[in-house]
Write a protein that binds this ligand. Sequence first.
Ligand code: MN
Length: 220
Amino acid sequence: MIIKGGSVMDAPSQSGTPTILLHKGDLPADVTFTGSVAVDSETQGLDLNRDRLCVVQLSGGDGVCHLVQIAKGQAEAPNLKALMEDPAVVKIFHYARFDMAALKKGLGIDCGPVYCTKIASRLVRTYTDGHGLKDVVRELVGVDLDKQQQSSDWARDTLSPAQQGYAANDVLYLHRVRAQLDAMIAREGRQELLRACLDFLPTRVALDLAGWGEVDIFRH
Ligand code: MN
């Protein structure tokens, strides 16, 4: 087990025991990712004008999860920003639209390039309405995620072991989900449609933050 930069706890998973590393304020400069990184965030609630960014979770798909706690009033995280804007590292989200907006609003970060497992799922798993992370991970990875801590106080100074485990679970399986979805997308020949949707995400986020959040501008 790797122990660095704070407390470590274990959470159950099918593929061994994940390592959780806690950081305050920013990702340490010596933490690097190659190729892609799975990212999620926790906020105080779902209204970006009211609810601040509290935690950013990152994993390289290797069973290690970095949890970065963002303080109240904090407006910058230079190492996190450099990673999230690094053109050589794909950021894998589930429902990127919300996390990208939260990172932009809270820390002035323009994420890119990005992959969204929810968009890919909607484009190819047309046999189901279940596109939540729990549904997707259960079907494509065979792991049953515990979502009990989803609604909890992410702004607290000390995250509980249950909160840490929940936060980690939201990024630990995204690499495997992406691989499964990419295979299905390729099988159905929808790579270009997926690419175009992912390329539009920054614009969708800009619309959300500028006041068109509840409006579908393509609608009749
Ligand atoms: Mn989450």
